[in-house]
Design a protein around this ligand. Structure first.
Ligand SMILES: Nc1ncnc2c1ncn2[C@@H]1O[C@H](COP(=O)(O)OP(=O)(O)O)[C@@H](O)[C@H]1O
Ligand SMILES: [Mg+2]
Length: 393
């Protein structure tokens, strides 16, 4: 666990980049720092591995003040990934990945074997190992950057806008890859981005920062979408918060009905279309085991009859979700997440998770108390979905 206790960074020219920041980044989870350019994200991140030293407060790594650990020792346990990957241009990919093992004195054979294993882990072909960085695409270089950071198997990974410089399609696949890796590796990851959608997709917890290095809100992504602490966070989150929230509700609770006769299937049980007198009409599918309610709803909207087709991993139809079935789940969801009107009392107060409302701004709904103290919010009812669980994206 990484703990920020009242951390402040004032640069020599008087710029206060980070102001009294207190938060916890739990072990084995992805904590995202998100906010506009210049809000102090990079400064905050670099204070963890002491590339920058704080001017006030403390940062603890599993309870130990990082100031008491000498930087080389500290950094051995902390992988670091930056934008543009930051690879050594004159070194082959395999040797780039093996950088830290070499520094740790591993023999060349073992270091290279480890590098090859990691290249595979991040989804790169072994043939790329002998190339130089300039011979790789931006997305491939970023994967190498992640592999290099993982080489010595550090418990902590710091990632500073690692996917910001690649195109949206590659970025999506890098994000998916990171989530897949993380489900295997369970590193303690602090991930910095200015992209709120990336934050919501990747974060178990999301810390929204505002310029001046102030924490605006810290919450799970689903809570953030439903209950932004103030106008700044609400505007930063952008549109369609309700629909985006559906991404965090698993589709597995949707009641499936038997496959109706008007759904045409091929010989192996995969859907062909909705039968009508005029021929087959479009359909949409979702996988109840893997997808979210958002995906199910999307599938329903693709069909003229409003019915979503549920499929298994192989694309075979296992049932259908009618509009009524979707409505049931949506109804439960809406009822569970009714938020009191602004200003009305809440059962639990936020603990320093939201900055004071700006003068003249609307009355603030207190941030849910899933902040630095780590308390979960009161359970609104049976079967509620905890933030960070369930499908993402
Ligand atoms: N070495 C420095 N000296 C003075 N000011 C700095 C220095 N590095 C960053 N800053 C300032 O600190 C603030 C936060 O910077 P940074 O942490 O890089 O923000 P972000 O990563 O969120 O864009 C900005 O106003 C930036 O100009
Ligand atoms: Mg930055």
């Amino acid at each position: 666990m990484i703990t920020f206790e009242g951390v402040t960074k004032r640069y020599d020219d008087g710029t206060v980049a980070v102001d009294d920041l207190s938060l916890e980044a739990p072990t084995g989870a992805i904590t995202v720092f998100v906010g506009p350019s210049g809000c102090g994200k990079t400064t905050s991140l670099r204070m963890i591995n002491r590339m920058i030293d704080a001017t006030g407060g403390r940062i603890l790594l599993d309870g130990q003040d990082v100031r008491q650990i000498d930087p080389p020792t500290l950094r051995r346990g902390i992988g670091y990934v930056i934008q543009q990957a930051g690879l050594f241009p004159h070194r082959k990919i395999v040797d780039n990945v093996a950088t830290v093992p070499y520094l740790l004195g591993w023999d060349k054979k073992r270091a290279r074997a480890r590098a090859m294993e990691l290249l595979e882990r991040v989804g790169l072909d072994a043939a790329l190992a002998r190339r130089y960085p300039f011979q790789l695409s931006g997305g491939q270089q970023q994967r190498v950057g992640v592999a290099r950071a993982l080489a010595a198997d550090p418990p902590v990974l710091l990632m500073d806008e690692p996917f910001s410089a690649v195109d949206p399609v590659v970025r999506t696949s890098l994000q998916d890859e990171l989530l897949r890796l993380q489900s295997d590796l369970q590193k303690t990851i602090v991930f910095v981005t200015h992209d709120i959608d990336e934050a919501i997709k990747l974060g178990d917890t999301v810390a929204v920062m505002r310029v001046g290095g102030r924490l605006a809100q810290m919450a799970g992504p689903a809570t953030l979408l439903t209950e932004p602490a103030d106008d700044f966070v609400r505007e930063f989150l952008g549109r369609d918060r309700g629909i985006r929230r559906l991404s965090f509700i698993p589709a597995k609770d949707i009641r499936l009905a038997a496959v109706p006769a008007d759904l045409a299937l091929d010989a192996s049980g995969r859907p062909l279309g909705w039968r009508t007198t005029g021929g087959l009409l479009p359909y949409g599918t979702f996988n109840p085991e893997r997808d979210s309610l958002r995906a199910a709803l999307d599938a329903a909207l693709l069909a003229v009859n409003g019915t979503a087709v549920a499929v298994d991993e192989d694309g075979r139809v296992i049932g259908v979700a009618t509009r009524e079935a979707l409505d049931e789940v949506l109804g439960q969801y809406a009822a569970r997440h009714t938020t009191p009107a602004p200003g009305s009392p809440r059962p639990e107060e936020a603990h320093g998770t939201s900055a004071a409302a700006a003068p003249g701004s609307a009355p603030e709904v207190p941030a849910e108390a899933s902040g630095p103290d780590g308390h979960a919010p009161p359970d609104p009812g049976p079967g509620d979905h905890t933030d960070g669980e369930g499908p993402r994206g």
